[in-house]
Design a protein around this ligand. Structure first.
Ligand code: SAH
Length: 233
């Protein structure tokens, strides 16, 4: 049996590449993310009443990694990257059907030209196709007493330090969005490195919004070394 689904909207987000995206939503609340609905769903009627909900579930496609298929066993970063669990015991991106699920905060809905949902804290790549939106209903879905296996709390956070050069580059960047520096702090504090890697001399590069960021990580400290805005013509 084969069923066909097609997106109801597309995500616009500061995350231009997979590297650096927090591993779950809410870990980087400063990320301004929007969801633009596609025709024929871009009608105000389709979202009537949704503004009364503070959070929504998004079902989406891991479109960037779909082609790589899936494996029955995966190595979650939370287990250090060398212990395996079943794909269905994980939130891994490589899964049958490649469907992701994120609970995100709904800030506002703009129906002035089509429909755009303004969200915060989403863990989604720019261009992600969204399959469905559902309001979050805490009395049914919030289960604070639930057991959660190997994910027993938020991940440890690193300290983020900006080198003087990087701070100067930030100050010189006139078009820097107001949320940019906060988002850099939140994203880097999550430790974006793949499990295993621990080389304090290694310089990492990451594209976030319209900026390239260079940093390194030694112990529990991330140092922002350079930020280079990408000039757009
Ligand atoms: N909250 C979701 C996603 C968890 S995996 C769920 O539980 O299903 C989170 C990772 O998904 C991020 O680190 C990011 O690298 C990856 N990701 C986000 N959008 C993606 C996309 N469109 N295609 C492939 N991977 C994506």
């Amino acid at each position: 049996m084969t069923y066909t689904v097609s997106p109801i909207g597309i995500i616009h987000s500061p995350y231009q590449e997979k590297f650096g995206i927090p591993r779950q939503p809410a870990l980087a609340p400063s990320a301004p993310v929007s969801l633009r609905l596609l025709p024929p769903y871009d009608h105000a009627d389709c979202v009537r009443g949704l503004e009364a909900f503070s959070h929504v579930w998004l079902h989406f496609l891991f479109h960037e990694t779909l082609a790589r298929g899936w494996q029955p066993l995966v190595r979650p970063p939370r287990l250090g990257g060398n212990t395996r669990v079943g794909v269905f015991a994980s939130r891994a991106t490589h899964r049958p059907n490649g469907i992701g699920l994120s609970l995100v905060a709904l800030q506002s809905i703009d129906t002035s030209a089509g429909v755009t949902l303004h969200l915060s804290g989403a863990d989604l790549l720019d261009g992600t196709p969204v399959l469905d939106i559902k309001p979050y209903i805490p009395f049914v879905e919030a289960k604070p007493e639930a057991r959660s296996g190997f994910v027993d709390g938020p991940p440890p956070q690193l300290d983020v330090v900006w080198q003087a050069d990087a701070l100067a580059q930030l100050q010189a960047w006139q078009q820097a969005p107001a949320w940019f520096a906060r988002l850099v702090d939140e994203v880097l504090a999550q430790d974006p490195r793949p499990a295993y890697q621990d080389d304090p001399a290694r310089r990492y590069g990451m594209r976030l919004a319209d900026c390239n960021i260079v940093f390194n990580i030694a112990g529990a400290v991330v140092t922002v070394l350079e930020i280079t805005p990408i000039t757009q013509n």
